[in-house]
Ligand binder design. Structure first.
Ligand SMILES: Nc1ncnc2c1ncn2[C@@H]1O[C@H](COP(=O)(O)OP(=O)(O)OP(=O)(O)O)[C@@H](O)[C@H]1O
Length: 283
């Protein structure tokens, strides 16, 4: 990640969320995301056991827990990569279990992955444009075939992609192929692609993994800047406790598929069950 491009130095650009499906945080009622009694089982393993929690609009919620706690399983349920037969997930009042994966992305849930999911042979700018095409009216095929109206939309896409590149401090590498870039920079590109789809809820899966101390510091500021600038709600899965506790408004802790603690970072850090869960594994 380019530490020289911390958010304090980033030019404030205003990206219009004119296709944004979810009302602004201040005006809408209820949590953006409500997880209720969610159970997921894999051949005898209970990955999630009656997990319930809310993600409040406009907040950064940290989801923590030792290895195997069920964090990624939960993310995969939110992206509809995994099916769940027990419990429910409601996004802005709509039941996710009734929707296809494609509709979930269109609804306004964007994510990054633990192991980067970028097109390595494409440039930084083009990877970000892929995210933008997820929200264009004409669709990828119409763009490929250059159908009428595409040119105007293409110009808007290029403008927005350039704005995102600037926001993320990626101008110097915008025309470089992703495969040529250091890991930290690629992680920032993935963030750009997720933001390009204009999500209302951004799911970040271990964004600090593989970053050095300085890069993690810059990442914390960047996550907050993203939340503020794009008026997003963020759900962050992360093992780096310093990062989670410094950026989160609210923290939910899982262990062996169960929710064991929930509250402000200060409250959760004092929770005896959480301390035990980490002492028993990696603390
Ligand atoms: N597709 C799958 N098939 C079988 N078991 C799975 C599958 N996905 C997850 N599990 C199991 O479910 C449990 C929860 O795993 P999960 O990856 O959600 O934990 P996690 O909290 O994300 O862990 P980590 O921090 O190591 O990524 C583990 O016991 C894991 O082995």
């Amino acid at each position: 990640m380019q530490t020289s491009s911390a958010p304090a130095e980033v030019q404030p650009v205003q990206l219009r969320h004119d296709t944004h499906p979810v009302p602004a945080a201040a005006t809408a009622a209820g949590p953006l995301l409500a997880v209720r009694d969610l159970c997921v089982r894999f051949r005898g393993i209970t990955a999630l056991d009656q997990v319930s929690f809310d993600v409040a609009r406009g907040q950064i919620t940290g989801l923590i827990g030792p290895n195997g706690a069920g964090k990624t399983t939960l993310f995969n349920c939110l992206s509809r990569l995994y099916e769940y037969r027990e419990g429910s997930i409601t996004f802005d009042g709509q039941a996710l279990e009734k929707m296809s994966r494609h509709r979930v992305a269109a609804l306004g849930i964007g994510r990054t992955f633990q192991n980067l999911a970028l097109f390595a042979s494409m440039t930084v700018l083009d990877n970000i444009k892929v995210g933008l095409h997820a929200r264009t009216h004409k669709g990828f095929l119409a763009h490929a075939l250059r159908l009428p109206g595409v040119a105007t939309e293409e110009q808007a896409c290029s403008r927005r992609a350039a704005e995102l590149v600037r926001f993320l401090g990626l101008e110097a590498v915008a025309q470089q192929r992703v495969a040529e870039l250091p890991f930290g920079t690629r992680k920032r590109v993935e963030l750009g692609r997720a933001l390009a789809s204009q999500p209302a809820l951004l799911l970040l899966d271990e964004p600090a993994a593989g970053l050095n101390h300085e890069e993690v510091g810059a990442l914390g500021s960047l996550i907050r800047a993203i939340r503020d600038q794009f008026q997003l709600t963020v759900l962050l899965v992360e093992h780096h406790m310093g990062l989670v506790m410094s950026v989160s408004d609210h923290v939910v802790a899982l262990s062996f598929g169960r929710k064991i603690a929930e509250g402000t970072p200060a409250q959760v850090q004092r929770n005896p069950e959480l301390i035990q869960a980490y002492l028993g594994t990696e603390a």
